[in-house]
Design a protein around this ligand. Sequence first.
Ligand SMILES: CC(=O)N[C@@H](CCC[C@H](N)C(=O)O)C(=O)O
Length: 384
Amino acid sequence: MMKTLSEKELIQIRRHLHTIPELALHEHQTHDYLMKVIQSFDQSHLTIKTFQQLPTAIMVRVGGSNPKRTVGYRTDIDALPVKEQTGLPFSSHHQNIMHACGHDIHMTVALGVLNYFSIYQPKDNLLFFFQPAEESEYGGKRAYEMGLFHDEWKPDEFYALHDNPNLPAGAIGCRMGTLFAGTTEVNVDLIGKSGHAAYPQDANDMVVAAAEFINQAQTIVSRSINPIQSGVVTFGKMEAGTIRNVIAGKARIEGTIRGLDQAMIKRIDQRLKDIGEGIARSFNCQVNVGLNQGGYLPVQNNPKLTKFFIHHMQSDPAVNFIATKPAMTGEDFGYLLSKFPGTMFWLGVNDTSPLHSATFNPKESAIQKGVNAIVGFMQDRMDH
Ligand SMILES: CC(=O)N[C@@H](CCC[C@H](N)C(=O)O)C(=O)O
């Protein structure tokens, strides 16, 4: 019988994945490395599937010994356009791309769980989904709409984790109900007229119009939503102009809005459209407000399965379970949970740098603890 991957081997895998981060839908090197690792496992009960229409995705089915159901487990595999500044010896080899959201940890934990069940055959069938494009391009929704989950490739229930630097390494966090917000990606294009910096009367300056749009959008959360509820409006990217002495005739702002339910998201979406119309009128320019929710629905945990999950984690003496509050992070697992019942949860990785930062450096001791907690949960689930 093969031996399960040791903690040291898991850490080596994570470090290699950390060196090869790739952006949404371009995770080719990651895909090839994952395939290599998965193919090194005992294949007796495994079936591996790849997809022409979503080429970086991988699904692995573990055939159960006496299956009553198919238990799904998803990991995301993409990274972010962030220039790493951790100074780690295994820093990103890809310029300006980094696993700044910990998907390298997510993938390693999934591999650890898959590796365990490749050796110790589960009772139920298991379905592991290595999903491209979580940070953008909504890979979960794409996979669903492409019909990837069908027949024996359809999970009866679905689980996934996200790492959390604010929780102790290896702790499991979860809650009943909404875990994460829904999000809408916002792209605002402002089109005016460029001209000489010295003759503003002959131009229509989109830097000023964009600044006004951003300022007005900041009043949405403070003035347009119930203070008891929560909403976020963040613009993370802005582009305008070419040189200091040419008035910019175009500007583009990219951002994200978040709310814990769909009504809040719709409300903020509508206010952004209204503000865009107002800016267009007052600056006599064109303002196109593009809003795309993609698959980033609020992450709603299934009541029955989440109750079981939390009860299990609380009862396992090896698990440090922490009840958490809803978070404004988004996740396209929200879309998959709108199609299949399941639970999303946090894995603590204890870091002072937040998610999406260039210095994010999750504690690797979380990996083995995460694997153990999930294996324990799945075994318990398969006994019920
Ligand atoms: C866990 C996490 O950080 N997820 C991302 C998801 C991005 C959603 C979408 N692309 C958007 O920008 O709205 C997050 O930023 O929360």
